[in-house]
Design a protein around this ligand. Sequence first.
Ligand code: TYD
Length: 234
Amino acid sequence: MQARARSASPRRSKRTARGRFITFEGGEGTGKSTQTRLLAERLRSQGLEVVTTREPGGSPGAEAIRHVLLSGAAKPLGPMAEALLFAAARADHIDVTILPALSRGAWVISDRFADSTRVYQGSLGNLDPRMIEALERVTVGDTRPDLTLILDLPAEEGLARAAARSGAGADRFEAEDIQFHRTLRDAFRELAEREPARCVLVDAHGAAESVAAAVWDAVGERLLNASQKMEKAG
Ligand code: TYD
C-alpha cells in the first residue's frame, strides 16, 4: 500500500524539474552502455550532476523484475505479460531513481526506456499500440525523455558485438533469430522518423569516440544552453 501511495502522485503531476532526461535506445550491441558512460563523463565535465541508470532495472525493485524478464522466466506468459512486467519495473524506476534526480536538477541518462517496450513488445510482440500507449500513460506520464538517442547499426553487426560481450550466455532477447533483430532495427528507425522533435538517429558504426562526438553534437544542439555551448567550443 505504501509503495502504491508513493507511486500514484508524482507521475500524475506536471514535472517542474530543472534536470534533463536523456535516453539511449537501439538494438543489441549498438553501444548504448558505452555511450551512456561517455556522455555522463562529458556532461559532468561541464559541472552538471548526472545520474546514469538502465532498464529494465535502475532501482532495487526494478532490478528484481529484470531478472525475471531476462532469464526468460516470463516468456511463456507471452508479450502482454512481459510488457506489464517491463511497465511495473519502469514505474518503480521512475519513482525511486528518475524523478528524485530530475527534481533536484540532475541530468538523468537511461540506457533504454519506454521506447524499448514500444519496439520489443509492441512492434515485435504484435501488441495493440493502444495497449502500449495506455501503459505509457500510466507509468511514464509526464516523465518523458527530453531527448532520445537511437543508436543505429545493422542487426548482424550488433549481434556480433553482443555475442563477443556475453559469450555463450545470450539473454532472452539476444537469443531471438536474425529476422527479429532486423525488424527491431527497422522499428527503431521508424520511431526516429515519427518523432523527430524528441529522437535523433545516430550512426553507431566506428569507434566509440566518434559515436560519442555525434551524440555530443545532438545534445549540444537540442539541450545545452548558450553558455554551455560556448564552453563546448572553448
Ligand atoms: P540488457 O542486458 O540491458 O541488454 P542491452 O545491452 O541490449 O540493453 O537487456 C535488456 C533487454 O531487454 C534487451 O534485449 C531489450 C529488452 N527490453 C524489452 O524487451 N523491453 C523493454 O521495455 C526494455 C527496457 C528492454
